[in-house]
Design a protein around this ligand. Structure first.
Ligand code: DGL
Length: 280
């Protein structure tokens, strides 16, 4: 007999504009394998990085509402652009209207919390989408938590299309990777730590490391987002109790599932199935 609390339990939602959030999902799954997850990539409308504040907010809200229709109690925006441009409004304006018992969390704060442990020079670099860089979300959050750090950011508008089109490990990617590394280091040559402030970028990590001086460390945020989620669930038993635990992951995309499955299986190093949905 399943009681009412069991019936109300549901998966944790993980959202990204496309494939990038899979880098976060992988880390979350390996740290918290007991929970169920629903992954949604809005591939049909990716990339979000060059879009306006209003559009990213609208698209992200569509996704969040869809997760709530699936009964998710907790949604992670595994997307820096959505975290930078939509999270605040969703938390402050939409959640109180839709359902104040639901929670939506982002990826910027957990990444910023970890950065001071890495830098020795106090000079930090951020690679991100144009939207994330223009929002100055990293500068603002770092100034709050670690005011002694100097931050320089570089927008890399071609990096997400390279990933979304499966060109991230091809020779053509070299030019765009090297170009942005050179630009960032020209802004500040004392940088010793770089945040990959876009969940797509870990897929370019071998190219990035190829062109980056060995003395510079790169922070991929998945691990820190996963640790922060674990801590959050520990601090919020009222949310944790609503998360179902059968170790099941389901994948959804707004584009052709065949395309999603091919690339996602490559990233996740295992075969998956996905369903197409409409959220707009
Ligand atoms: N992966 C996302 C991010 O972390 C979005 C990239 C995009 O759609 O431009 O910013």
């Amino acid at each position: 007999m399943i009681n009412d609390t069991e019936k109300q339990k549901s998966p944790i939602g993980i959202f990204d504009s496309g494939y990038g959030g899979l880098t976060v999902l992988s880390e979350i799954k390996s740290l918290l394998p007991q929970y169920d997850y629903i992954y949604l990539g809005d591939n049909a409308r990716a990339p979000y990085g060059n879009r306006s504040f209003e559009i990213v907010y609208e698209f992200t809200k569509d996704a969040v509402k869809w997760f709530f229709e699936q009964n998710c109690h907790l949604v992670i925006l595994a997307c820096n652009t959505a975290s930078a441009k939509a999270l605040r409004n969703i938390q402050q304006i939409d959640l109180p209207q839709i359902d104040s018992s639901k929670r939506v969390l982002g990826v910027i704060r957990p990444t910023v919390e970890s950065v001071a442990d890495f830098t020795k020079t106090g000079h930090v670099g951020v690679f991100g989408t144009s939207g994330t860089v223009k929002s100055q979300s990293y500068e603002i959050e770092i100034a709050k938590l670690h005011p002694h750090l100097k931050v320089s950011s570089e927008a890399c508008p071609m990096w997400v299309p390279l990933v979304e089109n499966n060109e991230f490990d091809k020779p053509g990617a070299d030019y765009f990777v090297k170009q942005h590394i050179d630009n960032l280091l020209k802004k500040d040559d004392q940088i010793d730590t770089i945040i990959l402030g876009c969940t797509h970028y870990p897929l370019l990590i071998s190219k990035i490391e190829q062109f980056l001086p060995k003395s510079i460390q790169v922070i991929s945020q998945g691990k820190y987002v996963a640790e922060s989620l674990k801590d959050y669930l520990h601090r919020h038993p009222e949310i944790e109790i609503k998360c179902s635990k059968n170790s099941v992951v389901k994948y959804f995309t707004t584009d052709f599932p065949e395309k999603f499955v091919d690339l996602a299986s490559l990233f996740l190093k295992k075969n998956i199935e996905a369903q197409k949905i409409n959220i707009d």
